[in-house]
Design a protein around this ligand. Structure first.
Ligand code: ATP
Length: 249
């Protein structure tokens, strides 16, 4: 589904990602794990084509037969709109505080699917209720909702869109344990019931073990190990992976 080949990202002469290759197989949950600053989020940015000024990307990012790095911006935007949904670390930052929830959730989900507002409302209300949210939140502003509720709203959009690829970048790090478990359950549900391919970025090995099928270990801007989660935790090869496993207990 997603095939990263020799990805290299220098920013202002400093190499942030170096010659990294890995695959995200269709229908699986693949997790990128690594210490803070190892280049996990920058890898996501390179996949999505959202790079900071001064960055140069080389290598290939194949998705559904296209090299996303080579695509003109309008074609990349169309692929992102139709096939990829991204959940970022702190949902609070994804919403405009001065706009009510309904138009914002519509923009993230119904509008992307080209659904009418009335169709969106019916479908979204069902999803919100299934996530334990009252539909009156649609009339509220983001600042009236808790961080956990906003994260659930973003999850509701992912459920609405049913993307081919869901990218979740540290989605649980601002959540309490109960909401973390709920989010991971939702990822598994989307993966098992809808066949959604998931790329999950985390620094939490317990989440990888609980949710992922495949793991990509990053260290110092490089992919140092890839493999199935079972294989990697039973016989890690790289010293950093061994350290990560040792620090789990
Ligand atoms: N806009 C930017 N300009 C220059 N360097 C950046 C920029 N954003 C990130 N970096 C650098 O790129 C490196 C990788 O950062 P990245 O955010 O990808 O790490 P990460 O593995 O996701 O870390 P974390 O787990 O803390 O989110 C870091 O050294 C960081 O300082």
């Amino acid at each position: 589904m997603l095939n990263i080949d020799c990805l290299t990202v220098p920013i202002d002469g400093r190499c942030i990602i170096e010659n990294s290759s890995f695959q995200v197989p269709e229908g699986k949950i693949t997790s990128i794990i690594g210490e803070s600053g190892s280049g996990k989020s920058m890898t996501v940015s390179a996949i999505l084509g959202i790079m900071p000024p001064g960055a140069k990307v080389t290598g290939k990012v194949y998705f559904q037969g296209n090299d996303l790095i080579e695509l003109p911006m309008n074609e990349l935007m169309a692929i992102r709109k139709n096939s990829i949904f991204t959940v970022f670390q702190d949902a609070t930052n994804s919403f405009n505080p001065t706009v009510k929830m309904e138009p914002q959730l519509y923009a993230f989900s119904g509008e992307r699917k080209e659904d009418t507002l009335s169709h969106f409302r019916l479908k979204m209300e069902r999803i919100l209720q299934s996530l334990g949210l009252d539909v009156t939140i649609l009339e509220q502003y983001p600042f009236e909702l808790s961080g956990g509720m906003l994260q659930r709203c973003m999850n509701a959009c992912a459920l609405y869109v049913e993307p081919d690829l869901l990218i979740a970048d540290e989605p649980t790090s601002s959540l309490d344990k109960v909401l973390q478990k709920e989010f991971i359950g939702l990822l598994k549900q989307l993966n098992e019931e809808k066949g959604t391919t998931v790329l999950l970025i985390t620094h939490d090995l317990d989440i990888v073990v609980d949710a992922a099928h495949e793991v990509v270990v990053m260290y110092g801007g490089k992919v140092v190990e890839t493999g199935s989660v079972t294989e990697t935790i039973t016989s890690p090869k790289h010293s950093y992976t061994k350290l990560l496993l040792a620090s789990r207990f």
